[in-house]
Design a protein around this ligand. Sequence first.
Ligand code: SF4
Length: 441
Amino acid sequence: MVARAGRRVYPLGLHYASLRNGTANSYLLYHAVRRSLGLFRDGTPVPWVSYLFPPEILASYRLTPLIPEVAATTLGGFSLVRDRLDGAVNRLPLSRDVCSYHRVALAGVQEGLIPPPTICLGTSPLCVGKEMFMEQVAADYGVPFRHIRVPVPPDEGPTPDDDVQDVAQQLRRVHEDLGAATGRRPDLDRAVRLSNRAVDAWNRLAQARVEGEVIVGGREAFGLTFLSQILWGTEAGARGFEKLLSERGRSDLMPRGFADEQGGASRGGRLRLRRQGASAAEAPALGSKARLLWLHTVPHYDPTLFSLIAEGGAVVVLEEMAQPHADLLDPDDPFSGLARRLVEHPLWGSSARRARLVIELAKRGRIDGVVHFNHWGCRHGVGSVPVLREALREAGIPFVAVDGDALAHESQEGAARQMEAFLELLTSAPRETRTLTSAGA
Ligand code: SF4
């Protein structure tokens, strides 16, 4: 009953906040939550999807995806159901080594806090564990599991066209099959048009962040990547991402501890067109603060690491999860573009490829230090840390890998100590020499 009452009240509060502050984040959050809660209605198709499954394919049928990792994170944030959820997680006959996003999602659906799937749609990126989890859930609930096999991209250069076309063909078939499964008529042209509006806005903001023209906090912006996976291809997605182009629209995305110093809002105003080569004078004043790049996921509830970063004279200005650029889709052949986005995702492929892309982004974004969050149980993320560490050492970019669990509520002391040591090292060196200092902390 508590959960049902919460489902009624929660979107009302989000709607009010969205109207009051007019930011992109609150607008997108409201629409994503409202649609997601609609999945509890009887007879509504509930596609559980891998978090990189192209949202445009679902938007074509006006379907709302349920991304288990996002559902788990949202649910874990509600104190009213936390004890019940924790108890259910502890009773699962699963090793604690399994990624906590999946343990919490499984407990959530078994407790009736997350709607069960009517179909499960997976993609090989980013990890095998997610696909095995999805297959198990599909078997438990007796629903179809469709898996998009995605080849790994080459370490250098574009993916061969044959590989892209193979994935495009699989996506085309899933799109057709969803029509048969739901009895709905597709409108992929509309979904592509709306997606391109959102992606164009996203690209402009991402470019301005990399150039240093606009400061948006890495932790604050992290959720936008997942809101895009729910809303790209919808009218709300297009409008919400376009709001990011105004100063007011991104006013709640300032990094912690930075907003006050800047008078509460970033400079940069409305980003009409990407400006080439912004000079340092145009960029928001970071002063002596170190610019950090955050890799992989973030601790969702425990603010300790980001508080330390703010107090330690640093700012997370970029995050790896947010692709700095996505090509717009060709309305005459959207499946090829969707396929290429999947194959060439920055976190897919070999560790060497991941390291190369991280270094490229760090150099373009004039990054002073790189932080990897070693999410407990994530073999995909943690497995590539030795390669990342070595590549960044060779590039002379300070790096730290901190251990923790993204869904932990309590403060993670080991991670805090690792971060403190790193910040001390980073901020003790003059800014211009920081990137020449090697720190495999
Ligand atoms: S955190 Fe790691 S294991 Fe968990 S879903 Fe993401 S990539 Fe997979």
